[in-house]
Design a protein around this ligand. Structure first.
Ligand code: SF4
Length: 220
């Protein structure tokens, strides 16, 4: 657990899930978290379905592994808050006593992603940093469960991933507090983007969606 560069206030905390939007596309992140827009598509509906169980919250008890669903998370070092799909607490015995070690588990639709497309891993690492800060215990790894493969990917929280997570959280704050939506940048990601119809990447409009609608209304 490194000493944070700065400590955020309660009023500055941002949604942890925004970090995956940021890494997918900064414009998508701004459309959702600055302009307050959201559009459901096939992929987001599938994701919502997958989260039904975890959204109910609660505890699944066990002798060696206890699972907490929907645990609230917060990190003043990252300036983020959110909810973990699931946190497994694994029982370990040491020196005659027992400790319960946490590891976050995040449910995703689709398949494991290439190393360069690491927004799922960064989101999970942000959850781990929250848990470390809240519980005062190191979290060395977690799991991503993918709906398509029905398998878990083990994600070690190494120095490189932690640095990328801290850098991404910092960039998220810069973007959101700038209040400026970046222009569209057309890429292969656009075909899978839930905000495609609102973003209009093929037009290349260098305006926020609100400004675009207002200028269209003005020209009537
Ligand atoms: S459609 Fe493309 S440019 Fe627009 S928000 Fe989505 S990914 Fe970004």
């Amino acid at each position: 657990m490194n000493r944070p560069e700065r400590v955020y206030k309660d009023s500055e905390l941002l949604q942890l899930s925004a970090i995956q939007h940021l890494l997918f596309c900064e414009r998508q992140c701004a459309l959702i978290h600055i302009e307050g827009l959201w559009e459901e598509n096939y992929f987001t509906a599938q994701g919502r379905n997958l989260h039904k169980r975890v959204d109910q919250g609660g505890t699944r008890p066990g002798n060696d592994i206890r699972v907490e669903y929907g645990l609230m998370l917060r990190s003043y070092a990252l300036g983020l808050y959110g909810k973990a799909d699931a946190v497994e607490f694994v029982r370990k015995t040491a020196n005659g006593g027992e400790i319960w070690t946490p590891r976050p588990v995040e449910y995703k639709r689709g398949r494991p992603k290439a190393e360069t497309l690491d927004w799922d891993r960064v989101q999970l690492c942000a959850q781990a940093i929250c848990l470390e800060e809240q519980l005062g215990t190191p979290v060395k790894y977690g799991f991503l469960f993918y709906g398509k493969t029905r398998r878990r990917e083990k994600v070690p929280f190494d120095r490189k991933l932690r640095q990328k997570t801290a850098d991404s959280a910092k960039r998220l704050h810069e973007l959101i507090f700038s209040g400026i939506t970046p222009p569209p940048s057309r890429s292969s990601k656009c075909s899978r983007c839930s905000m495609k119809d609102l973003c209009m990447p093929e037009i290349g409009v260098d305006l926020s969606v609100h400004d675009f609608i207002n200028s269209a209304l003005d020209s009537l």
